[in-house]
Design a protein around this ligand. Structure first.
Ligand code: SF4
Length: 474
């Protein structure tokens, strides 16, 4: 087993897709690093990008071409100023030149130098090949696979040994729910204690806290931005942003001028059951509207499902516990991250491998676990909450209309968040010892379902709503 940090499961990135945008972007960055070891990049004379399988079939809607190009320019997806994106891409297209790693301008005709191939490569459905040619006539070519959640690998998995060794340094090696439960019992510790102890072998407490602060800041900012931005989402489906109008109705006249003041102001609003549903939905919609417009979000564990975890955490801070603070945020995210890594190790977090159960289902399970921990649930109840949340997402297909991460994706985040809260409440009142289905059984079932699922429903836009509803209907 390889090491998975909490910060692998919660990565700062840009929309709209972790596997189709963030992954290819990082693959472009990785290609630069590898090419640099063998060639002087200033001598590059041409570049070619080949997208395969699901990266090709939903590549336009998921901005895979744009991400690949920006990766080759050498931009970091965690810090790139997303407000520059449209102008930058327009310039590459108009000038027909790409500035490879910011070192050399290479002729680049968008429609020729980025090719969409329907063919699938055998190793993984999400594949991208980059090829560079140099003045001496030599070429350098590498294929990368985007395996979900922004993770990028190559077939030979050169870093696998190193990652395995890091995992073996964990005092508590957790690959399954049963491992976590056993360590909690043996050590008489909470799930959070076990998870934090492991993470401390990778980075210091200060680094963990800084990382969590950064992640939470992006989550809060994306909720704030989405709730304060109106209009139509890009891509041609003409989907109207909805968080803005819902937020206007809910917030009333309470004053605020920053995301942090906004959070405090929401605490002052009256909330009955309907308002709670609307607030949670509004937070989730807001993040995924930002994601759909290629904005900055936290991949949690994917971009398509980026709204679930912030919405549930915001629910806790604004509605459930008005004294909620950084310690609660840290606990929530660490527990959620651990559950995400159990799904990644035992099944998949890639929609191209497992459909939407791998995205919304996993994010809902992660959020349910984090919330249950904050509500005082014992380790068994935390795992039970994750199991309940996934159990009711099993079989969920991925069928985004026009290949855009908008319909059904944005609403699905609201549903995943509400299910997570419901799963946490059921688990808190439940006896985990009497549960008929364990988390590990549901992980296994999800993986089996993923393997049985028709390829049409795995992020290809060749089945489901994607074919029932065409652009002409919108
Ligand atoms: S349908 Fe689900 S898995 Fe597919 S792109 Fe949308 S959110 Fe992601």
């Amino acid at each position: 087993m390889e090491v998975i940090s909490i910060f692998d499961m919660l990565k700062i990135g840009v929309g709209p897709s972790s596997s189709h945008t963030l992954g290819p972007w990082r693959a472009g960055n990785r290609f630069i690093l590898k090419a640099k070891r063998k060639f002087d990049l200033k001598e590059c004379t041409s570049l070619q990008v080949e997208l395969y399988g699901s990266l090709s079939l939903t590549g336009i809607g998921h901005a895979t071409d744009i991400a690949s190009a920006l990766g080759l320019v050498g931009y970091d997806p965690t810090t790139y100023p997303t407000e520059n994106l449209d102008a930058e891409i327009a310039e590459i297209k108009a000038r027909e030149v790409l500035n490879f790693n910011g070192e050399v301008e290479v002729p680049f005709v968008w429609t020729e130098n980025i090719r969409f191939n329907r063919e699938f490569l055998p190793y993984h459905p999400n594949a991208v090949t980059f090829k560079a040619t140099f003045q001496n006539g030599k070429t350098f070519k590498e294929t990368f696979y985007s395996i979900g959640g922004g993770f990028v690998v190559q077939e030979e998995r050169k870093r696998a040994k190193e990652k395995k060794e890091l995992f073996q340094q964990f005092p508590f090696q957790v690959t399954k729910g049963a491992d976590l439960l056993r360590f909690c019992k043996e050590e008489n510790k909470t799930a959070y204690d076990i998870i934090l102890t492991n993470e401390l072998t990778l980075r210091s407490q200060e680094e963990i806290d800084k990382g969590i602060q950064d992640v939470w800041k992006v989550m809060l900012d994306s909720m704030y931005l989405g709730c304060h931005t109106e209009g139509i989402l890009p891509g041609g489906l003409k989907v109207e942003r909805r968080a803005f109008a819902t937020h206007n109705k809910l917030i009333g006249n309470v004053p605020y001028s920053t995301p942090e003041e906004w959070l405090s102001s929401i605490r002052q609003t009256e909330v009955a059951f309907r308002q709670i549903l609307k607030w949670v939905s509004c937070f989730a919609l807001a993040v995924n509207e930002v994601n759909a417009s290629l904005g900055r979000i936290v991949t949690a564990p994917t971009n398509g499902s980026a709204g679930v975890i912030p919405a549930v955490l915001m629910y806790y801070l604004c509605i459930e516990n008005h004294s909620g603070n950084f310690e609660h945020i840290r606990e929530f995210l660490l527990v959620a991250g651990q559950v995400g890594s159990i799904f990644k190790q035992g099944a998949t977090i890639s929609a191209a491998m497992g459909g939407c159960q791998a995205e919304i289902g996993v994010s809902s399970a992660m959020a349910a676990a984090g919330l249950t921990s904050l509500l005082g649930g014992n380790p068994g109840q935390i795992l039970m909450a994750a199991e309940i949340a996934m159990e009711h997402h099993l079989g969920l297909t991925c069928d985004p209309i026009a290949g855009l991460v908008q319909v059904p994706c944005i609403e699905r985040n609201a549903m995943g968040a509400i299910k997570a809260i419901q799963a946490a409440e059921m688990a808190i009142d439940g006896d985990a010892e009497k549960a008929k289905v364990s988390l590990d059984s549901v992980v296994q079932t999800m993986w089996q379902t993923a393997q049985d699922m028709n390829r049409k429903y795995k992020e290809t836009s060749e089945g489901g709503l994607a074919v029932a509803v065409g652009l002409s209907d919108c």
